[in-house]
Design a protein around this ligand. Structure first.
Ligand code: PMP
Length: 362
């Protein structure tokens, strides 16, 4: 396949080529059903198998047992910003948010519409260049939960070590680094992640929820906005996004086949290092946005000496077969998203391009 570029888009993002090929091969006739997976009932056996295996594979990858459920929800990470407080911020309680970027701000905004909130830490004043230290976090008195964003897609920062607040439920938006490294999932009461970065296509959001939380969903909120509805109905209260779940299932199998999360972390560290090395060795030509100890392995953000050069970088990169490198408007500059499915070759190609571009323009 020579017509595919190295795709550094932030999401939807690159998917493993083998999975695209498998989906292509199975598209017209899914496993002798004589139908496409796009055309079969979500109540049929072939889809049921996909759905159940996806939940089981997700739990196996995260080392979770029977006290967790995996739910498939629509509405993206953005709907989770609202569903979390709708379900778990009762009147008279306070929800704590740790702000590390635009997406955590958006999560907070939704919670504010629904109840009382408290900002337990923020690095907004420093342009979200880093993750706060554990010592900086000041919780309110017995918060209903604490919400964090594990990886900040726009600023390019990532939590290294997750906080532990004992009995206080920890909830995380892991949209942009889910399954990119091993972590202790049992520390979390609820994790959500839109699939379109590390897990598959847009259209499905994975929610991993500890079972005891399912008893707390208020019956007064609409059925489709309650987590217990999804749990009781195996995420099939209504028609699920079958094709998206099918691709997620293939991605989970691909992850398991390729050594799971430990192997993925090694792969991601190696890849990101090629690019960070170019930043660090550029004598200031490339300036990373994130402070080194908060650097993301998924989204690498940096500036060039001026916007003109940044424009030229993006344009010439496209000509060199490297796409999707333009940074988000609030940070500017360049953003290279190097999710699980981005190959080592892609990162090496970007590093070589950066080296050449710097030599030519400095
Ligand atoms: N959280 C994070 C960390 C994100 O990066 C994004 C999307 N880029 C969202 C939430 C919002 O997700 P969605 O577009 O699926 O609503």
């Amino acid at each position: 396949m020579t017509d595919r570029i190295f795709n550094f888009n932030a999401g939807p993002a690159v998917l493993p080529l083998d999975i695209l090929k498998q989906a292509q091969a199975e598209l017209l006739n899914y496993r002798d059903t004589g139908m496409s997976i796009l055309e079969i009932s979500h109540r049929s056996k072939p889809y049921e198998v996909i759905h159940q295996e996806a939940e089981a594979d997700m739990k196996a990858l995260l080392g979770l047992g029977d006290n967790y459920r995996v739910l498939f929800v629509q509405g993206g990470g953005s709907l989770q910003f609202a569903m979390v407080p709708m379900n778990y911020l009762p009147a008279g309680r306070i929800a704590d948010y740790i702000l590390t970027g635009s997406w955590s701000e958006k999560a907070l905004q939704e919670a504010k519409l629904l109840g009382q909130t408290h900002v337990a830490a923020t690095t907004a004043g420093e342009g979200y260049r880093r993750i706060p230290s554990l010592q900086e976090i000041k919780l309110s008195d017995k918060p209903a939960y604490v919400h964090i964003t594990s990886n900040n897609t726009i600023y390019g920062t990532q939590w290294r070590e997750f906080p532990n607040f004992g009995d206080i439920p920890l909830m995380a938006d892991m949209s942009s680094d889910m399954l990119s490294r091993p972590f202790d999932a049992k520390k979390f009461a609820l994790i959500y992640a839109g699939a379109q970065k590390n897990l598959g296509p847009a259209g499905v959001t994975i929610v991993i929820i500890r079972k005891d939380l399912l008893d707390e969903c208020p019956p007064t909120i609409p059925t489709m906005l309650r987590y217990d509805t999804y749990a009781k109905n195996d995420s099939m209260y209504n028609t699920p996004p079958c094709f998206s779940v099918y691709i997620v299932h293939l991605v989970l199998q691909w992850l398991r086949k390729n050594g799971g999360l430990a192997a993925m972390e090694k792969h991601n560290q190696e890849k990101a290092a090629f690019i960070y090395r170019q930043i660090d060795q550029s004598g200031g030509f490339y300036r990373g946005h994130a402070e080194p100890d908060s650097r993301s392995l998924m989204n690498i953000t940096f500036r060039l000496p001026n916007e003109e050069l940044e424009g030229a970088f993006v344009k010439e990169a496209v000509q060199a077969g490297l796409g999707g490198l333009k940074g988000y408007r609030t940070v500017g500059g360049i953003r290279a998203s190097v999710y699980n499915a981005m190959s080592k070759e892609g990162c090496l190609a970007l590093a070589a391009f950066m080296d050449e571009f710097r030599k030519k323009n400095s």
